[in-house]
Ligand binder design. Structure first.
Ligand code: ATP
Length: 273
């Protein structure tokens, strides 16, 4: 299936460059900031007044679990550190930010996420749901956005730009790493590194195919009979080369992913600031 991701891919690549390169852009005018508190990563993204990526910061963290803040002080400390990093890069202070929640998050859990961001001195301008943020970046209005993150797989069906169905199931990148840790008798962190090492791909991919099929089975369960359309993969686990082919084969649906799917939702959150 031909889906033109040229523009989203350019934006994502620019965001990636801003996160991982320490340049100091000279940027005036309004800033749009997004803060993504994930199970595996916390990401701060900043766009300039033309909604172009201008700065960002990312840290792996275990302070949030599937939209639930499990270590409030730890979350505040990391967000504060990342915000300071970005402020130093920009030589400007951030005043406001949007945050995201997985669809179906309870009001009290949403409040905890907002509280973390307010605790570092930022005004929260918007709470956007993750699939809407992702769809904004991808420029799509219809289809199934499947977010394979650290702890869970989120399935959201969009129609005419509206999220009409959501589900979140507990299978994500953590399970891929656990399978590798068990198979090679190594620790979890080593398994994480192995999973992401392109040079070790042949040791990784065959072993995680059953987990990918489990994810595909979850997708099938939730989209059966819903005329969901194409599947758009986002989230860090979607970075795994070839995952889209296994999911497409298993579900029988066209399955595509953009460049660096891990950064799609964080970038989209800033667009909704
Ligand atoms: P959740 O959505 O469950 O709250 P999160 O938003 O923090 O979690 P992401 O940042 O989207 O999750 O993805 C993190 C997961 O992606 C981790 O399990 C990590 O190991 C995995 N991951 C990151 N890069 C790669 C890669 N190149 N190949 C395979 N997996 C990867």
């Amino acid at each position: 299936m031909m889906i033109d991701f040229e523009k989203p891919n350019e934006l994502i690549a620019r965001m990636e460059q801003k996160i991982f390169c320490p340049e100091r852009p000279d940027c005036k005018g309004k800033l749009y900031t997004g803060i993504d508190l994930g199970t595996a990563n916390i990401v701060v993204t900043v766009l300039d007044e033309n909604k172009q990526p201008v700065a960002g910061a990312l840290q792996e963290a275990r302070v949030v679990k599937d939209g639930l803040v499990v270590d409030f002080i730890g979350a505040i400390n990391i967000v504060r550190k990342l915000v300071q990093q970005v402020e130093e890069k920009l030589s400007r202070s951030l005043e406001e930010a949007a945050v995201a929640i997985p669809p179906g998050t309870r009001a009290e859990d949403t409040r905890a996420i907002v509280n973390v961001v307010q605790a570092v001195g930022l005004e929260v301008t918007n709470v956007v749901d993750e699939p809407t943020a992702a769809a904004t970046v991808l420029g799509i209005k219809d289809g199934a956005v499947v977010d394979i993150g650290g702890g869970t797989t989120g399935i959201s069906i969009l129609r005419d730009g509206h999220v009409i169905y959501v589900a979140d199931e507990p299978t994500g990148g953590t399970h891929f790493s656990l399978v590798l840790a068990g198979a090679y008798n190594i620790g979890f962190e080593e398994a994480e590194r192995l999973k992401r090492d392109p040079d070790k791909y042949d040791q990784v991919f065959p072993l995680v195919i059953p987990v990918i099929e489990k994810v595909a089975d979850i997708i099938n369960t939730h989209i059966a009979g819903r005329d969901a359309g194409p599947i758009f993969l986002v989230g860090g686990t979607a970075c795994l080369e070839g995952i889209e082919k296994v999911i497409s084969r298993y579900t029988g649906l066209p399955t595509v992913k953009p460049y660096n799917p891990l950064l799609v939702t964080p970038l989209g959150i800033a667009m909704h600031c």
